[in-house]
Structures are given as structure tokens and as C-alpha cells.
Design a protein around this ligand. Structure first.
Ligand code: CLF
Ligand code: SF4
Length: 290
């Protein structure tokens, strides 16, 4: 039942390097880059690179098949006895590639009954997949929510693709928001521990973010990770003014009384391997062509 799941999932939080700062110098995570497609178009994104909702902008990760992903998992598990978390974080959106995402996690669960499963998503497709996430044993999830007002969301997203339709403007933003909020609620009801990532966008959502944090707290999110926008050359937000570290820290601190904040995010690659502060992915990628 959801209550038993909730207790078991919460028990994994203390060894999850993103959800517990104290675990980040000892517990390793492995991102399996099996999800290339995306169903959303964020203005700060350029799709030849990894999803900047939860990864380092301007980085292009080679996609693995689910079979190759299981091989990488087994290899990293042999190399790193401190591996605690397997995450799906792109390079597109995990739930825009549901077959690959769930097949990979199912296959890994057969190899390892205990490793923690984590997924990140923009949340557009979330309501239809919460049950699958529960079934394959995802205990931790991240939903990127940049606005809880469609008028603000409309400045952040170009379009959303949903059930064969393509939506733009406030229609897209309202559809995305409704699915993010319903999806987040369903996740926390299912006992899945949730973090919300928010990209701080100067002049667009910076003063609105406290409202985002309050909203997701009320839906059961455990913490929020307010992130710096790192402008991607060629994206619509290429020339956005940057938020300073101090502005980012001040906003996080002002939100801390509302909900626990993450301060140690490394904006990882979609194929990151190892400790958050010591990425070993280069050791596992095939050599770049000369
Ligand atoms: Fe990966 Fe994300 Fe899970 Fe962590 S990363 S899917 S919650 S296992 Fe962590 Fe990396 Fe920041 Fe993400 S430091 S980008 S918050
Ligand atoms: Fe890019 Fe990620 Fe937004 Fe998709 S969800 S458009 S991959 S930033």
C-alpha cells in the first residue's frame, strides 16, 4: 500500500545524495541517458544539448539503449561500492520516452533488488505514468516547475506536445501546469518522495518563485532546488540577464522557512557517474571521435 511504500521510500532519502546534503560526499549516483526525446519546448533549451532542467547546459550526451544502460549499471556497480542511486535525467525528458525509461528500470531491478530509483521530468506527461513509476519502484522524483501562473509560464515555454496535439502560449502553460500539479499530488499520495526544480529567470519568475515553493509544499513536495539559469548559446534565452549567486542564495534563504531548500546541486550531466562533486562519466563514455 501507499503507506508502506512511503515509509520505505522515505528511509532511502538519507542515502540519496541530492535529497540529503549529508550523503553527497559519500553516496554515488548513476544517470542512465536513455531518454532522448522531449515533449516540451523551454525557451532556455536547445535540443541538440542535454535538458537544462536537470543537467549542465551545453553538454551533449550520447544516448544508450536500455540494454547498454544495464551493462553500464553493472559495470559502475562493480567499480563503485558506494553506488546508491540510479537516475533517469534525460538527455530529453524521462516521460517523453516511457518505454525506454520503464524497461531500463525493470531490467535493473532484476539485477539489483535494492538500488534506489530516481527520475526527473518536466511533468507534462506525469499524470499518466505515476502508477508505472510506483510499479517499477521509483522512490524519488524531481518535477521541474518554473511557474504556477500560466501568464508567467507562457513566457517560459514555446510549445507543449500532448496526446498528439501541439499547444502554445498560455494554453500550453496552463496544460503543463495542470499536469505538473496533478502529477506531483499523485506522486506524493503514492508515497514517492518529491523534489521540485525551478530555474530562476530574472524579470520572468524571480519574484514569483516564493509562490511556486508554497504551492508545491502544499502538494507534499519535500524540498525545492532553485537553480541558476546558465544561458545556452542559440536558445531563445541566450541573452537573458544573469542572476547573481547572491540573488540566488537570498531567494533560497527567503524560501527556506516555507520548505527545505537544496543548496548543493551540481547541475549534472544526463550521463553523470559517481559523487555529485566528482563526475567520472568520462571513464564510461566511448572515446570521442578524433
Ligand atoms: Fe539524478 Fe536528479 Fe535524481 Fe539527483 S541529480 S535525477 S535528483 S539522482 Fe542532483 Fe544532479 Fe542537481 Fe539533479 S545534483 S542536477 S538535483
Ligand atoms: Fe529542453 Fe528539458 Fe525543457 Fe525538454 S524539458 S525543452 S529537454 S529544458
Amino acid at each position: 500500500g501507499a503507506q508502506a511504500d512511503a515509509a520505505a521510500n522515505a528511509a532511502r532519502t538519507k542515502s540519496h545524495p541530492c535529497f540529503t546534503c549529508g550523503a553527497c560526499s559519500t553516496a554515488a549516483r548513476l544517470h542512465l541517458p536513455i531518454a532522448p526525446r522531449c515533449n516540451l519546448s523551454c525557451n532556455y533549451c536547445l535540443r541538440k544539448y542535454d535538458c537544462p532542467n536537470e543537467s549542465r547546459p551545453g553538454v551533449t550526451t550520447a544516448v544508450l539503449t536500455p540494454e547498454q544502460a544495464v551493462e553500464r549499471f553493472l559495470q559502475v556497480k562493480r567499480d563503485m561500492p558506494n553506488l546508491t542511486v540510479v537516475g533517469i535525467a534525460g538527455p530529453g525528458d524521462s516521460l517523453a520516452n516511457p518505454e525506454a525509461t520503464f524497461r531500463t528500470l525493470e531490467m535493473i531491478r532484476k539485477e539489483d533488488p535494492n538500488i534506489t530509483f530516481c527520475m526527473s521530468t518536466n511533468g507534462l506527461a506525469l499524470p499518466e505514468f505515476v502508477e508505472d513509476m510506483r510499479r517499477v519502484g521509483v522512490s524519488h522524483a524531481t518535477v521541474t516547475i518554473n511557474a504556477v501562473d500560466p501568464a508567467i509560464g507562457a513566457q517560459i515555454y514555446r510549445y507543449a506536445e500532448y496526446r498528439g496535439g501541439r499547444y502554445t502560449g498560455e494554453t500550453a502553460a496552463a496544460l503543463l501546469l495542470a499536469n505538473q500539479l496533478a502529477g506531483l499530488r499523485a506522486l506524493t499520495r503514492a508515497g514517492i518522495v518529491c523534489k521540485v526544480n525551478t530555474v530562476m529567470l530574472k524579470g520572468i519568475n524571480d519574484t514569483h518563485i516564493p509562490k511556486v515553493v508554497e504551492t508545491v509544499r502544499d502538494l507534499g513536495a519535500e524540498l525545492t532546488n532553485i537553480m541558476q539559469l546558465i544561458p545556452v548559446k542559440g536558445s531563445a534565452f541566450e541573452n537573458m540577464p544573469l542572476v547573481s549567486n547572491k540573488e540566488l542564495m537570498d531567494l533560497r534563504k527567503s524560501c527556506e522557512p516555507t520548505l527545505r531548500q537544496m543548496y548543493h546541486c551540481k547541475q549534472c550531466r544526463a550521463d553523470a557517474v559517481g559523487l555529485l562533486g566528482d563526475d567520472r562519466s568520462i571513464d564510461y563514455r566511448p572515446p570521442a571521435p578524433a
